[in-house]
Structures are given as C-alpha cells and as structure tokens.
Design a protein around this ligand. Structure first.
Ligand SMILES: C[S@@+](CC[C@H](N)C(=O)[O-])C[C@H]1O[C@@H](n2cnc3c(N)ncnc32)[C@H](O)[C@@H]1O
Length: 206
C-alpha cells in the first residue's frame, strides 16, 4: 500500500489536506490502516485522520479499540472506529450512511473474499459507488486475477467511478520492512523476500 501511495500523486496528495477521512471496507485487522500510517511516517505528512473500519468480523473491532493509545507519539492525530457490516446482507449495510463522506475508500484483498458471494454482494458495491461523495477516491488491491479486477472494472464503469490508474504487477516487500519479529528464524533462514502478484486500481467518483 505504501509504495502505491508513493507512486501515485493523486493518492499521496490527499494526505496533504489537514483532515482526511478513510473508510476501510473489509479492513480486517487493520492492515489497510497500517499501510497508510507507514506512508505518512515515511513521507512526513501529518493530517488529522479518521479511520472507519467496515467489516463483518466483530472481533476486529476490539483489536482496533486501543490503536489510538498505541500510536500516540505520532506527529499526526488519528481516530479509529469500527462499523460491523456484512456486505452480503442488505439489512446490515443499508442503515449506515455517514461513511459515504469519506475521502478515500480502501478495498484491500476484499473483493476476492466475497467474489463467490457476488450475487449477494454486488448490490452493496453499487450502493457504495453511487452514494460516495463526488471526488472521493477508491483504492482496490487484490490478487492478480481477472475474475476480481474485471468485476471491479465493470462496477466502476456502471457507477461513475473514473479509473485513474490500473495495473497488474509484482510488488516486493521493501528491504527496510520490520523483520525482527521473526526472531531466531531471521538468522536461521535468509531474510524473507516476499513478492505479491497483485492487481490494483485507483478510482475517483465523478
Ligand atoms: C483477506 S481479509 C483482508 C483484510 C485487510 N483488508 C488486509 O488486506 O489485510 C478479508 C476481510 O474481509 C472481511 N469479510 C469477509 N466477508 C465479508 C462480508 N461479507 N462483509 C464484510 N466483511 C467481510 C473479513 O472479515 C476479512 O477481514
């Protein structure tokens, strides 16, 4: 995520604003959030950010509940909130509307997760794309499979999301990424060289 933000000025420039609202759709344990945090720290940007995690798994809400305390030494201010929401269940998502005011929506390894349930999930994405405010940005990153990115591309075309950047590529975990948590295994084996085969899209609501 961090390298995609660094390569794409439209995304990067968003964080030059004083206040930014981000909704992480299927944000899970907070990896989308950590990717953005890393970008802000390495690029010395300090907006006030509000993160909204939207995910059906309620236990992720707890893992996010004290994030603000753990990152209090940062130069920027963040707040996080969790919204339980199952995108395949209309009753679950239709009453939530505030997060449509977000400036950025992330969908990281999420559409592949619900692809097998796309008949039930499609209505949610159509609703999200229709209701998002004009100018808001969308970041989709997923496994490099045409099943997933074709689905996103088709939805974007039908719901006024202009695709600004579109790539199928390999992304490497940067050399400076924290590996010390591997403890004894870091010296036992050579340092991990992780490469992800991904597709990504950056879209803007028009
Ligand atoms: C592969 S994880 C990706 C998590 C995170 N975005 C990341 O990149 O690490 C997929 C996430 O989608 C959530 N999820 C799966 N089905 C869902 C649904 N129907 N509605 C909402 N969230 C769902 C899971 O709970 C999980 O957190």
């Amino acid at each position: 995520m961090c390298s995609i933000f660094e390569q794409n000025t439209v995304l990067g420039n968003l964080f030059d604003n004083q206040k930014v609202k981000v909704a992480c759709i299927g944000g899970g344990p907070g990896s989308d959030f950590l990717g953005i945090l890393k970008y802000l720290m390495t690029n010395k940007k300090s907006p006030t950010i509000k993160f909204q995690l939207c995910d059906r798994e309620k236990s992720w809400g707890e893992s996010w509940s004290d994030v603000e305390d753990k990152v209090e030494d940062l130069e920027f201010r963040i707040s996080t909130s969790y919204m339980p929401l199952d995108v395949t269940k209309r009753d679950d998502w239709e009453s939530h509307i505030k997060y449509f005011q977000s400036d950025l929506f992330t969908m990281i390894y999420f559409m592949s997760e619900v692809f097998s349930l796309r008949d039930s999930a499609e209505e949610y994405f159509a609703h999200l794309f229709n209701e998002a405010k004009i100018g808001s940005l969308f970041l989709f990153i997923d496994n490099n499979s045409s099943d997933f990115y074709n689905w996103l591309d088709e939805l974007a075309e039908n719901h006024k999301i202009d695709i600004l950047s579109s790539k199928e590529t390999y992304l490497k975990v940067p050399f400076d990424e924290e590996k010390s948590d591997l403890g004894q295994y870091l010296t036992k084996f050579s340092p991990p060289k992780l490469t992800a085969n991904v597709a990504y899209r950056i879209g803007r609501k028009v």
